[in-house]
Design a protein around this ligand. Sequence first.
Ligand SMILES: [Fe+2]
Length: 186
Amino acid sequence: MSKIKVFSENTELLEESNNQERIKIILADIGIKFEQWQLPSNVQELNEEEIYELYSDQIKLIKETYKFKAVDLMNINNSFAQNSNFKATREKFLKEHTHSDDEVRYFISGSGLFTIHKAKKVHSILCEAGDLINVPANTQHWFDMGSKPEFKCLRFFSDESGWIPDYSDESISHKFENLDEYIELC
Ligand SMILES: [Fe+2]
C-alpha cells in the first residue's frame, strides 16, 4: 500500500499516512501530483505494446500536459541487482538532485521510494502499483529502488538531457530511510 512519511530536515517524523487522499493533499501542498490509475487484474500478463494501448488516453494527456515527446517502460527486476554496476547505479539515484524536466512515473507493478526535499521538509513516498507521481523540474529529490529492485513503470521524457541530474552541494539523503529500511519499519 502506498504510504507517505513527512520528516523535518533533522529527521524528526512529523506525520505518516497510508490514506491515499491524505497523501494527495500533503503532496499537492508542495506542488507534487500524485494520483491512481486503474490497474486491470491481468496487468502482469500484458506486454509493452498492450500496456501503451491500455493507458493510451492517460499517456496522451500526460504528454500534452507536460510537453513530453515520448514514453517508455522501465522493467527492473532482481537480476538488475546482479549487474556489476548496480551499487553505483543505485547510488546515483539516491543522492539528492534536480532535473531540468519534470520526472513523471507511473508504477504498473512493484515499488519505489521517491523522497522530495522541499519547504524545509522531507517527504518520503512509497509508490506502488497504480500510482502516478510527478516530481516537477528543479525540485530536490532522490529515488531508491532498494537492494532487491522489482518494479515496472512508465517513464515520460522529452529527450535524455532532461534527465541529467544536477546534484545538490549537500545531499541529506543518507540521513533518511532508504527503501529497505522504509519497508522494514512499515
Ligand atoms: Fe530524479
